[in-house]
Each structure stands twice: as C-alpha cells, then as structure tokens.
Design a protein around this ligand. Structure first.
Ligand code: EPZ
Length: 417
C-alpha cells in the first residue's frame, strides 16, 4: 500500500502545468475502437485510470504505443468479453459498451456495481442503447451482453443530464443508420472534446456542449490526430491549494471558462486570483468570507470540486454550507477533515462547516479520488506532518501530483509500506 507524507504550512510559489483531462481521456481511449485506422491522442495524462484503459485495449487486441503524453492506437481487435478484473479497476470502462456496440453491434462486458461515491447506475446508458435497437441481457455476476442486428438512429431523452450516458450514446450512434437526437444531453466540456474527436474521425455530430446533440450516422470512421483538453478538475484543485498556501502560484495550460463557477466563488470569498488567457495566478490570505456552494451539472459548480473546496472553510470566519446534489455518498472526507481540525455537521446532502480552524497534521485515509485531493489540500495547510493512507485513489486522477507540488515548494512524498 502507498502512503503520502506531507509537512504542511509551506508557501507554494512557481508554476504548475495542468495535464490532459482524466474525464476526457477515459472516453477518448475506448472511442478509438470506432476508427478503422490508427489514431493519435496527445496530452493523455499518465494516471492509473488511463493505464487500465490502455491495458484493456491491448487485451482486446489493439496495438497501443505510449510515448510520454501521447498514445498511438492501431484499433484492430477481436471483439471479446471484457473481464471483471479489468473493469472493476475503473467505472469508466463502460465506454467500451458504446464503442464496441457502435462498431461491432455486439459487446460482452462485466461491469462492477456502484463505487464509493454512489450507486453509479447505468440505466440511462442502457435505455439509449435499446432506443438505438440493441437488446441487453445481464446476469447476476454483472455480465452485460449488448446485441443489435442493426443500429437505427432514434430520439433519446435523458431523464438526467448524465455525462456518461451522453457520451456512451454518442459512441453507439455515430455508425448507426439515420439520425439520432440526444435531448437533455450533458454539456460538460469533456463531451465537446469527445464529439470533436469523433468528428475528426469523420463522424457527423452537432450540438455538443448544448442540451441537444444531433448525430447523423456514417458508414465508417478513419484514424485521426486529437488533443485532450486541460483537466478542469485538476485546475480547480490546484487553485484551491493556491488559495490555502499559494504565493503567486501560477496554474497554466488552463481554459479559464471551464472553471468559472469555481473562480467566481473564490473571488466572492476574497481570494487573490488573476485570470489570464491560459493561466491563473493565485495567492493565499489568512482569512476569507464564507460562501455557500451547491453542486450542479456544468456550467454549475462541479461536484468533483466539492470536496477540495470545502477545505477553504478552515480559513473562513463563520459558516459555509456545501450542498451535494449529484452523488449520494460524496461526504466520506468529512470525518477525515475533522481529524485535521475542521468543524462540520452534516444534515442529509448538506455539510455545514464552521470556521476558522487551525489545521494540525494527523493520520487520515483517502476514501475516494476527490476526497483524497481534499486531504492533500488540508495537509498542505496544516501545522506539522500529515500521513494520508490509500493514496492509490489520488493517483488515479492527478498526474505527477507529488512532482508538481514539490516543484513549487511542497514537502510531500509517497512511501510504499
Ligand atoms: C462523470 O461521471 C465523471 N466521471 C464524474 O467524475 C463526475 O462526478 C460526473 O460525471 C458528474 O459530473 C467521468 O467522467 C469518468 P453522470 P458519470 O452519469 O458519467 C445518475 C471524478 O471524480 N445516473 O453524469 O458516471 C448518477 O447516479 C468522477 O472524476 C443515473 O441515474 O456521472 C448521478 O447521480 C467522479 N443513471 C448523476 O446521474 C445513469 O444511467 C450524474 O451522473 C447514469 C447516471
């Protein structure tokens, strides 16, 4: 098991480069199977989630060549059952359903149940596949078999603007016969990044980034070159760290509009940030005005930043309310933050923090990816040393986090125990 040791209360100055977006990459890699010839994807972050997907592509027979931050894929595969030992490592393996159904009209995949932050149902994904003409069976070991004689375009309304369902239906529809409309589609920037990738392959998708996406099926798709957009959640995480311990901390390779909900909250609190065209500079202060947040679908406040953001309550005079509306179990970091000295009460889906708090190092546990990010932020602001266990969660989604933080002055290291 890996643990992280952080000696807190050091000012961080210098520059952090943001990597490619995890939540784009985990869809772009499976989507590569839709092309008939080689694809090259640049700016793919080297994190365990992308490692698992590259391993799955190779398991299926594709040739995957990785060179620093780009991946070249020759998508020739034999379509076969994707086993649970691969899919249990990563929820986003479900994108292989849309890609393999779209390309081969058949997919067999073991999908794990919910993961720590919630049940993680895929009913909307399956409803979309059925609307396109697929039949689905799944046994009680979690094996799904999705089959279609023909995929025909359809009008699909999503009860929830689900990121995963929107992307998975796009993947299944690009080679279908006829037109598909996805109504109440998710509008996250990652959706636009996937749609651009598919259009670069020769797909005909319009409306990505709006709540109505139109797809006209084409005969086949060819290889292409594509770039992953910067990770807006990684960006937000480092901005929050900068608000806690930064001194002219510059975060670059950023798309500022993708983190607007966060930066406007930070400015409302009195955080000192300067927003450039592709970078943001942030410096910390001793105390801020408390604000309330409510997580929403994009462009609202991102649920993935809810946990790291809540650490700022330690610098606020008064109460901060944090309401989570997307995931039913995204408060597992609260007891860990209390060990570091934060004061919080939870009622239902609202956590109310009372600051200010003097954070002191302790031993804490990362329960999930973004909870782990919150603990790193709190540890950097705490007096003394903090040990974070189960850091594998953190390494799933933050490329080079120890190197990036060390380069700007943090005292942070990972040990194998
Ligand atoms: C994506 O998850 C992200 N993951 C999540 O980031 C992010 O929190 C989430 O979108 C919301 O922004 C990836 O992109 C790999 P959803 P996804 O489908 O697609 C319900 C992180 O920390 N729902 O938009 O799984 C669901 O239960 C991760 O990087 C259904 O009911 O999220 C949830 O309440 C965590 N049925 C809501 O919709 C479905 O078929 C939003 O889920 C699908 C979803």
């Amino acid at each position: 098991m890996k643990i992280m040791k952080v000696e807190g209360n050091h000012k961080l100055s210098g520059t952090i480069k943001i990597s490619g977006a995890k939540n784009s990459s985990v869809a772009l890699l499976p989507a590569s199977l839709l092309a008939d010839t080689d694809v090259t994807i640049c700016n793919v972050p080297e994190i365990t989630d992308t490692d698992v997907l590259c391993e799955t592509l190779e398991y299926l027979g594709a040739d995957v060549r990785r060179a620093s931050e780009s991946v070249v894929i020759t998508p020739t595969i034999e379509n076969k059952v994707i086993p649970q030992e691969l899919t249990k490592k990563l929820r986003a393996s479900y994108y292989f359903m849309g890609a393999l159904l779209g390309k081969y009209k058949h997919v067999e995949i073991y999908l794990p149940g919910g993961c720590s932050i919630g049940k993680r149902p895929i009913d909307l994904h399956l409803k979309g596949f059925e609307a396109l003409g697929a039949t689905i069976t799944n046994d009680d070991e979690g094996k799904y078999v999705v089959d279609a004689k023909e995929l025909k375009g359809a009008n699909i309304y999503l009860d929830i603007a689900s990121v995963g369902a929107t992307i998975n239906i796009m993947l299944a529809a690009v080679l279908a016969n006829g037109k598909t409309i996805i109504d109440n589609a998710a509008k996250e920037p990652e959706i636009v990044n996937i749609a651009t990738y598919l259009n670069n392959m020769g797909a005909k998708i319009t409306g990505a980034g709006t709540s109505e996406i139109r797809i006209t099926g084409v005969e086949k798709l060819h290889g292409c070159y594509h770039e992953v957009i910067p990770d807006r959640i990684e960006t937000g995480t480092y901005l929050i760290i900068g608000a806690l311990v930064g001194e002219n901390l510059k975060v670059f390779n950023v798309i500022p509009e993708h983190v607007e909900a966060l930066t406007s909250k930070l400015q409302e609190m009195g955080v000192n940030i300067t927003i450039g065209s592709d970078s943001i500079v942030v410096s910390s202060k001793e105390s801020y005005k408390p604000v309330n947040i409510k997580t929403m679908v994009y462009p609202g406040f991102a649920t993935d930043l809810q946990q790291p953001f809540s650490v700022l309550a330690a610098r606020c005079n008064g109460k901060m309310k944090v309401e989570e509306t997307i995931w039913e179990n995204r408060f597992m970091h609260l007891p860990e933050l209390e060990k570091l000295g934060m004061k919080v009460e939870r009622t239902g889906m609202v956590a109310t923090f009372t600051g200010p708090n003097k954070l002191k190092g302790a031993e804490v546990k990362a329960t999930d990816l973004r909870a782990g990010a919150a603990l790193v932020a709190a540890a950097l602001a705490a007096e003394g040393e903090t040990t974070i266990t189960d850091v594998e969660h953190i390494l799933r989604g933050y490329e080079g986090i120890v190197e990036k933080l060390t380069d700007v002055g943090a005292k942070i290291k990972i040990e194998e125990i």
